[in-house]
Design a protein around this ligand. Structure first.
Ligand code: ADP
Length: 524
């Protein structure tokens, strides 16, 4: 049988008789390996060069007293976590307080009983073991979370790339001559693809939140304008069920606020989508009110009211948790992953807000949430939205046939992008990687470049930097618009593209109308 691992204890006392006593008590009572020293300096030396589970430290010693030794040990990274128990004849309240202030875990008054000594030693060693296990478990959990975050970031790309092929091709196929039946089949593929994409996005969003990688933007925007845009889209969905979506923006709601409009809309879209999903007749009312303004922030209350199936009190308790749906039959009938409300909850928390529901079964539900947003004004808003005006200019030029450089290594994605661009009447030259893109850019004249980011040989970011360098060297005033085509949706990544000199990005999977938006924006 393997001998059990002994707990290592350093005992420091200037009196040989005390060392002797402790040695005999502990050797008799437990499975310890003791190192005995008689002064502070030797104690520090030993502690720095050996592993110890515990230190028993006398306070009153010549040259360097126990408090001083303790202070030094607590300041070294390798010794700071060793629990120290003071052995002391000084047991006034002030001395005891001082012992703890210096970082001791406990003290034993001299003269001590053998039972007290062994009990306290055993207690603190077992506490140390538990602490070590917790630290180990925490580290393992952190490493696993980190690995999961990296895995998901990669998966994000892997999952979206084939979706680009599916959704892009359906978009193209729908524009060809088809029988009614074929058109219907395509509609089914399209809506299934879009549903799948929503689920993928939800899962990726939630993992991003859980890994602490989700960051909110803080930009000025017009709340009523953004709300109206959302309502227009939601009405199209509601039309299919002949439901009306009404919007009410309170008078006190400021016209301009500062925050993350995309994430705010994501919460509203989620709630309105649910409202439409679970309502058969009646209407859906979305309202926003200003609760208060404090410390330069506006406190907004949003409500989404429906006249749908409602949720029982037990059902309400299950909401806002991951993968939680009110009951299995709901899932079967209405579909869904049960992630939407959890994402909403996390996003509202990131906006310092809360989320909740009031509902009567059979009568309808009101989902509400609050958010603190920054204040802004028209001037600030205009200064950051100048680009929008440029984007509207000279739309007539859109009819021009463009020569486009498409840098993309994936053959299916090449085809999707090429068919889309050809469909719009443009001429496309393909580069299979960054190096080819540079060669083609140097030897030809293009109006715009669409650049995949992840490519072999030379990636899109590198190629873009090189193109910008070439332009600078040649002194050309007009810079060619470079648009990143990416399946990576993280803010950090996108920032990286813009920093590398790209002008914009388009997320894969994309549709033809998103390409048109790009052409409008850059008026090429
Ligand atoms: P899912 O993707 O399943 O819709 P959610 O987190 O958005 O996920 O919603 C979780 C569950 O909450 C839904 O499956 C449904 O049971 C219930 N629910 C959400 N909104 C409503 C609503 N407006 N009316 C009735 N039930 C709702």
């Amino acid at each position: 049988m393997k001998p059990e691992k002994k707990d290592k204890i350093l005992v420091v006392d200037d009196m040989a008789i005390n060392l002797e006593l402790i040695n005999s008590v502990l050797n008799l009572e437990g499975n310890f390996s003791l190192v005995l020293v008689s002064d502070g300096k030797s104690a520090i030396r030993k502690a720095k060069t050996n592993y110890f589970d515990l230190i028993l430290l006398d306070i009153m010693m010549p040259e360097m007293d126990g408090f001083e030794v303790c202070k030094i040990l607590k300041s070294y990274p390798t010794t700071k976590d060793i629990p120290i128990i003071f052995l002391t004849a000084l047991n006034g309240p002030k001395d005891i307080q001082k012992a703890f202030q210096y970082g001791a875990v406990d003290y034993i008054s001299k003269p001590f009983s053998r039972e007290e000594l062994t009990s306290r030693v055993n207690l603190h060693i077992s506490l140390k073991r538990t602490r070590e296990e917790l630290v180990k478990a925490k580290r393992a959990a952190e490493a696993a979370a980190e690995a999961k975050a990296i895995f998901l970031a990669n998966m994000s790309h892997e999952l979206r790339t084939p979706m680009n092929g599916i959704i892009g091709m359906v978009d193209i196929l729908k524009r060809t001559e088809l029988t009614d039946a074929q058109q219907e089949y395509l509609n089914i593929i399209e809506s299934s693809g879009e549903n799948l994409l929503t689920i993928i996005n939800d899962i990726l969003d939630l993992s991003k939140i859980e890994a602490g990688h989700m960051e909110l933007e803080s930009i000025p925007f017009s709340l009523s304008e953004e709300m109206r845009r959302v309502m227009n889209i939601m009405q199209i969905i509601a039309d299919k069920k002949k439901l009306l979506v009404k919007l009410h923006v309170g008078k006190e709601v400021p016209p301009f606020v500062k925050g993350d409009p995309v994430r705010l809309k994501q919460i509203i879209i989620n709630l309105v989508n649910n409202a439409i999903k679970f309502t058969e007749k009646g209407d859906i009312t979305v309202s926003v009110e200003n609760k208060s303004a404090e410390n330069g922030k506006v406190h907004l209350l949003f409500k989404v009211m429906d006249t749908g199936i409602g949720i029982s009190p037990e059902g309400q308790k299950k909401l806002f948790r991951s993968f939680s749906q009110v009951d299995k039959s709901t899932t079967r009938k209405y579909g869904g992953t049960g992630l939407g409300l959890m994402i909403c909850k996390n996003l509202t928390q990131m906006m310092d807000g809360e989320i909740g529901v009031e509902s009567v079964e059979g009568a309808g539900s009101t989902f509400w949430f609050t958010a603190f947003l920054g204040t802004s004004n028209e001037e600030e808003y205009n200064s950051q939205h100048q680009d929008d005006d440029i984007s509207q200019t000279d739309k007539t030029r859109l009819n021009l046939k463009l020569k486009i450089l498409l840098a993309e290594d994936n053959k299916i994605n090449q085809k999707v992008a090429m068919l889309n661009l050809n469909n719009l009447g443009h001429k496309v030259v393909i580069a299979n990687n960054g190096i080819e893109a540079l060669e083609k850019f140097e030897n030809d004249n293009f109006d715009i470049i669409f650049m995949d980011v992840q490519m072999p040989e030379m990636d899109g970011v590198e190629a873009c930097k090189k193109i910008r360098e070439m332009e600078n060297k040649s002194g050309s005033i007009k810079k060619i618009p470079i648009i990143a085509m990416t399946a990576n949706t993280s803010e950090d990544e996108r920032k990286k593209y813009l920093e590398a000199g790209m002008d914009d990005y388009i997320s894969k999977p994309f549709k033809q109308k998103e390409l048109v938006e790009i052409f409008k924006k850059f008026a090429v």
